[in-house]
Design a protein around this ligand. Structure first.
Ligand SMILES: Cc1ncc(COP(=O)(O)O)c(C=O)c1O
Length: 474
């Protein structure tokens, strides 16, 4: 009888370097999600008979997979699929010829220098205080609250906690409300460091799919029925969602789905954590959804990183008053407040937020055009997905090639995180995330390198590398 692996290998045939070719194919099945982590592979003898190859060839293929960390062999339980233990590596010394597309974030806002100079005067008025700012400066909390109110969600400054970025905000929320051992819904794909944070705090992850497919008004992409069914059947403790502009697909969750989801989450006792770091990165969507909590209970995360500068490290949490008390109770075990100078700079920036957003939007529009032109010229057949806003294009490569493409790109001085980096279970090798945040000239050069990697991949050239480093993906 054909094994599951034998069926999945399908038309695979090789006449040279057979063991290497077989190992590569199995690795791709695993990264693409067609083979699951922990799945048992057939014995060497059985697979050899099924594929009409020698047992030595199969043994060599399994050895190659084992040395790369893609299978684990234990006496008595056979050979099981695995993913390599990935280590966070400090990036190698800056190589000025390397283009780093692992980061999807804009350079600092044009007015940042002037805002910093003005902020020094504000800081002068605070120098006599102890300086610990556990919940955030009242004037900054008021500006953040006013912004929510202007966007259609009446908010009081007491509902805001200022943090050192959205990731820090998520850490505080998980310290206060995470439940080790319980399940948490996460989108597939999602923001990799949020996936890691949920995992690190002991949550069992339940992926729910999101695609860039949007309706006529630019919203859509979630499988609302899957999401609701998951909540009803699993009753997860938490759900972490990026409702707009979803990173990495750029999708916007429709308002009706938000309301339905909030109602179901209330019934299943699931805490919704909605990360709105990218919510204001609209290029030409044509309408603006209200913040998620306008539709029902949810903790919101926000940040200045994508509208002003990642180097500022200013973010915030919007929550109910009782939740704020729990957050402030949990925070001191993590840190004792956000730096005052950065908060003063953020206040200055909020005073000119409309100009800030216009400039960000113009830069994203130019970056989007450069990515679209680069795809058309250098990766024929790979379409630019619809993306009315957000940080990056989530590109469907048409086959499970993202990891191999990333390896080939790295050989050409281009760092590009492979699709599986955005998945809670290591799948999505059909996709690559290409940021639209970089200067057009740099993006154009990046696309030339990507095109060269793409052609080499399709010409059957193997990368000199076996692994991608696991670096920060922002
Ligand atoms: C959805 C999402 N959340 C959080 C972050 C990180 O935000 P911060 O720099 O404020 O920690 C990013 C950065 O790309 C993001 O896309």
């Amino acid at each position: 009888m054909a094994s599951r692996l034998g069926t999945q290998l399908g038309e695979w045939r090789a006449t040279t370097a057979v063991a290497q070719s077989l190992a590569d194919r199995i690795r791709m099945l695993l990264l693409d999600g067609r083979m699951t982590v922990g799945e048992r592979l057939p014995s060497e003898r059985a697979l050899a008979a099924e594929l009409g190859r020698s047992r030595a060839t199969i043994a060599r293929a399994y050895e190659l997979l084992e040395s790369g960390g893609y299978v684990v062999r234990t006496h008595g339980s056979g050979t099981r699929a695995s993913l390599p233990a990935q280590r966070l590596q400090r990036p190698a010394a800056a190589d000025h010829d390397v283009i780093d597309l692992t980061i999807a974030s804009i350079g600092s806002a044009p007015g940042l220098h002037a805002a910093t100079v003005r902020a020094l005067d504000r800081l002068a008025g605070l120098l006599g205080t102890p300086g610990y700012s556990i919940d955030g400066l009242p004037e900054l909390r008021a500006r953040i609250a006013d912004r929510y109110t202007a966007r259609g969600l009446p908010t009081d400054p007491d509902q805001i906690v200022v943090t050192s970025g959205a990731m820090h905000a998520l850490s505080i929320v998980l310290a206060a409300f995470g439940e080790r051992g319980r399940s948490a819904v996460v989108e597939q794909p999602s923001f990799p460091h949020a996936i890691d944070a949920l995992r690190r705090t002991g949550h069992r992850l339940l992926p729910t799919p999101v695609t860039p497919d949007a309706g006529p008004d630019g919203s859509g992409g979630w499988d609302a029925n899957h999401l609701v069914e998951t909540l009803r059947s699993q009753r997860p403790a938490l759900a972490y969602l990026v409702a707009d502009f979803h990173n990495p697909t750029g999708a916007t969750m429709p308002e009706l789905e938000r309301a339905r989801l909030a109602a179901v989450a209330r019934a299943t006792g699931t805490l919704l954590i909605v990360d709105e770091t990218c919510a204001e990165l609209d290029i030409d969507r044509g309408w603006t959804p209200r913040p998620f909590a306008a539709h029902g209970p949810a903790i919101l995360l926000g940040s200045m990183s994508k509208i002003a500068w990642g180097g500022l490290r200013i973010g915030w949490i919007r929550a109910g008053r009782e939740q704020v008390a729990a957050l402030l109770g949990a925070r001191p075990s993590i840190d004792l407040g956000t730096p005052l100078l950065e908060q003063c700079i953020a206040m200055e920036l909020f005073d000119e937020i409309d100009a800030l957003l216009t400039s960000t939007r113009d830069r994203l529009r130019a970056g989007r055009a450069a990515v679209a032109a680069g795809l058309a010229e250098h990766l024929p057949g790979v379409a630019m997905p619809p993306m009315p806003g957000g940080l990056a294009a989530w590109v469907d490569l048409g086959g499970p090639w993202s990891t191999a493409l990333s390896l080939a790109a790295r050989d050409r001085g281009l760092l590009l995180p492979p699709g599986p980096r955005f998945s809670a279970s290591g799948v999505l090798d059909r996709f690559a995330r290409i940021p639209i945040t970089w200067e057009p000239a740099l993006t154009t050069e990046a696309m030339v390198r990507l095109g060269s990697a793409w052609r080499a991949l399709h010409a059957g050239e193997r990368s000199s590398r076996e692994h991608l480093d696991r670096s920060a993906v922002v």
